[in-house]
Design a protein around this ligand. Structure first.
Ligand SMILES: Cc1ncc(COP(=O)(O)O)c(C=O)c1O
Length: 389
């Protein structure tokens, strides 16, 4: 059953859980997902515990951190107990990179020109300081996609890690994951998948896809807000990894405060690092829970239908679309250039229609399960009017 808007009724019923939807046309979920109304209450719960229980609050906070990490795990199809919360992707990457020696025969990091700039800066500096080689597969001639064939061809027996995004932040192009995982594993390399732009809007299924290591964060379609990056490592791999960037909670018995060499915590616990960001996890839980409760397949279906409406509407209005036209090859946003995109973007914000602008791309519009088809038409009509001025 669907509403006249084409949405499953449960999705639109949830609009009242996200108060900003009553105040703004909110179409920027690929940048900052809307805040769930329960987030305020959860932050109060966190503060109440601190205020009333003091140090004893840790007895609640530690298990809660693990529960919330597993909510992310559920959203990305990870095996339970294999995901840990970290500050952000940059922080998770530092922990992952500290497991490897870039000076050996397996010393190549294969990535693409379409990947997240922060990750590119990270690997560039790692290679500069610790040796190894960064292999960057360029964009195709269309400037939107990176050919899977070229990426697969760049992977060889010298490859240590294939560090790629599932959904590209600029154009929303979706990686064809299976051949990349297959090529990496055939050559004895590991896949480090950045699923930030994908998590919460399409199935990532890291366990089913045999992804070795997955990183991401919460500010986008997971609607978890800032402060929670995450790292998930395959259970077949995790016990073999020995991170150098550790903290006291990475220890098997942190409260023993041993002074010897670290004895790693079992499994993903070795990547826990130092004292966790408890308020961020409390704030994020309602957003994560909604994604898990709705189910990622249903969200993907709705997302594809709304992004297709945006894409078709943009082409009808004569705009340039810098995202794949095939919904199967696209993530959760569409990048549209109506001409003078920067100015149009500023005028949209003034009208309380929230989208964003990326140089070299255009205006990014990322509807979520709670958006309506009318909201998507509204932004297209406003862009057409503003572009004509
Ligand atoms: C693909 C991707 N990776 C990473 C990030 C952010 O990285 P960090 O969590 O280090 O700020 C973004 C943010 O927009 C992104 O789109």
């Amino acid at each position: 059953m669907t509403t006249s808007d084409g949405a499953h009724p449960e999705l639109l019923d949830r609009r009242s859980d996200y108060p900003i939807l009553g105040r703004r046309t909110y179409l920027i979920n690929n940048s900052l997902g809307a805040m769930h109304r329960e987030t305020r209450r959860r932050l109060d719960d966190y503060a109440d515990l601190w205020d009333t229980e003091g140090v004893v609050a840790w007895n609640t906070w530690f298990p809660e951190m693990m529960r919330v990490a597993d909510l992310v795990g559920a959203a990305i199809g990870a095996t339970p107990g294999t995901t840990v919360l970290r500050a952000n992707v940059a922080d998770a990457l530092a922990s992952v990179a500290s497991c490897f020696d870039l000076g050996g025969p397996r010393h190549r990091i294969v990535t693409t020109a379409a990947d997240w700039p922060g990750t590119h800066y990270f690997w560039t500096e790692q290679v500069r300081r610790h040796g190894g080689e960064l292999v960057v597969v360029p964009y195709d001639e269309d400037g939107i996609t990176v050919s899977t064939e070229r990426l697969v061809d760049a992977i060889d027996d010298r490859t240590l890690l294939v560090s790629v995004s599932l959904v590209q932040f600029r154009t929303s192009a979706l990686l064809d994951l299976a051949p990349v995982v297959d090529a990496a594993h055939r050559h004895g390399a590991l896949v480090l998948l950045d699923a930030y732009q994908a998590a919460g809007c399409l199935p990532v299924n890291i366990a089913a896809n045999d992804v070795d290591i997955c990183v991401g964060g919460s500010v986008k379609f997971l609607c978890g807000g800032p402060g929670n990056g995450w790292l998930s490592v395959s259970p077949r791999l995790v016990e073999t990894l020995r991170p150098a960037a550790v903290g006291w909670i990475s220890h098997a018995t942190p409260f023993a405060f041993e002074w010897d060499d670290i004895r790693y915590a079992d499994g993903i616990g070795r990547f826990a690092g130092g004292t966790p960001n408890v308020p961020a996890a409390y704030a994020a839980a309602p957003g994560y829970q909604a994604i898990v409760d709705i189910g990622i397949e249903r969200i993907r279906e709705r997302s594809q239908s709304l992004t297709q409406l945006l894409l078709d509407g943009a082409l009808e209005r004569g705009f340039t679309v810098r995202s794949p036209h095939d919904a199967q090859r696209r993530g959760g946003h569409v990048t549209i250039d109506p001409g003078n995109a920067e100015q149009v973007h500023e005028a949209l914000i003034e009208r309380k229609i929230l989208v964003d602008y990326r140089p070299g791309g255009g205006i990014r519009i990322g509807p979520h399960f709670y958006n309506t088809a009318d909201e998507c038409r509204e932004v297209l009509d406003a862009m057409a009017e503003l572009a004509r001025r």
